[in-house]
Design a protein around this ligand. Sequence first.
Ligand code: SF4
Length: 378
Amino acid sequence: MSFLFEKNGKNSIIKLMKILKPIFYDNFKCLADGCKNSCCSAGWQISVSKNEIAKLQFCGDDSLAKNENFIKCQNEFCINLLDKICPYFGNGLCNIVLKKGNDFLFDICKNFPRNFNQTKSHLEMRLSIACEEVCRLLLKQEKFEFKTENNHNLMIKTNDKNFETRQQIIDILQDRTKNLRQRVESVNTFVGATMPIFEKSIFEKLEWLEDKNKKLFCDLKPLENFESKTFSEIQIENLFVYFVFNYFANGSIEFCNSAIFKFCTFSVMCCLSLADKLEKSNYESKAIDAMLMFGREIESSSKNVEIILENLKWKLLMLLLLVVVQVEVFWLVCLQKMVLVFVFLIKMKALQKNCLLLEMASVIWQTKIWAVSFITNT
Ligand code: SF4
């Protein structure tokens, strides 16, 4: 069992941090040279610190410390990829690890595919589907479950509403007494979301999308009932829980719950739809390749995730605006009807009392109402 200790600056009190992670987190083991889609050849920007470069330069092996292996990018340094491949990558293995061991490896490489979400109360450890072994582990789970460390396997108790909401969503998604479409609709009602709309324009706006895959993404059709030819219902459920766990209650994402859940549904639909389009002999390879493609092309770029979320958010605002306008029109019509009844009553009174003045007043009212009605209808 591993614990994370946090130092409180003032009193130097050591506080025990709780850790929350998927139950299969510790089962992850890099496939190394057995990996068919190594992250070292994914063409990603690999950021490294000055200190890490300096450490390598003093490691005593000149072949590892070449200046041309690094370039300046924005305010930091990055590894200079050769045709999208890391210069330290050879025969499916990392030369830094082979020659100098794990200690000299850059943090970003040591961590991948793990990522962390630090909250006030605990640390969340996650795995990304941008790694094929993680996809395999996720597909194998009978149920996507979590475990905590230092808390006797109880779910973390926190007063944060976001965490409670996330847990409620996961519970709804894992309620197998209903079919998936019904579960997703229940969550939609719970968070006030709608089914996402697939538009070519969303994919055209993305910053990181390889040209060869652009057409594939642009032609995707949503599987509204989640009837996939590749994934089983349990696997789709796991995929949903994966996205909900990663994107809800994530400190770095500032979007409303409805937009985030819409993004989760959008992501699941993309994976299902991609898998059905891929030409592979077996279902597992199709599912893994589709998740991997989504993980690498979309999820690995925070900019891409933000663009999709923005797109979904604006659609939601427009919907809200439409609802507000409709409610306004409804009240205007109600008001108009009430005034008509009022005028009718006055008219009746006028006729009854033969009062010319009241009758004239009612005619003026009537004219006014017709004018309002004309403006509203036009
Ligand atoms: S993609 Fe995953 S399994 Fe493959 S080399 Fe990278 S970390 Fe290892």
